[in-house]
Unconditional design. Structure first.
Length: 76
């Protein structure tokens, strides 16, 4: 979800990804992590990206929030 300072949603994307990996692959993923590449449109300005992951097998949730203005400033 992308939202502004007033916490009003500006854009969002919902994806459900199912993984089927072998025990050998799981060992490597535990060490290296699992990478996903998703695109979302975000306007310029003081906006934030909030991304979450839900693991249905363990019922665990993780959420990360990033101020996109910081990324834009770092790229300049």
């Amino acid at each position: 979800m992308v939202y502004g300072q007033d916490f009003k949603p500006l854009n969002w994307e919902i994806r459900e990804i199912h993984l089927s990996i072998s025990p050998k692959q799981w060992i490597a993923q535990q060490r290296d992590g699992i990478t996903f590449h998703l695109l979302i449109d975000a306007p310029d300005g003081d906006v934030y990206l909030r991304s979450g992951v839900y693991d249905s097998s363990s019922s665990k949730v993780g959420i990360l929030e990033i101020p996109l203005s910081a990324i834009t400033a770092a790229q300049k």
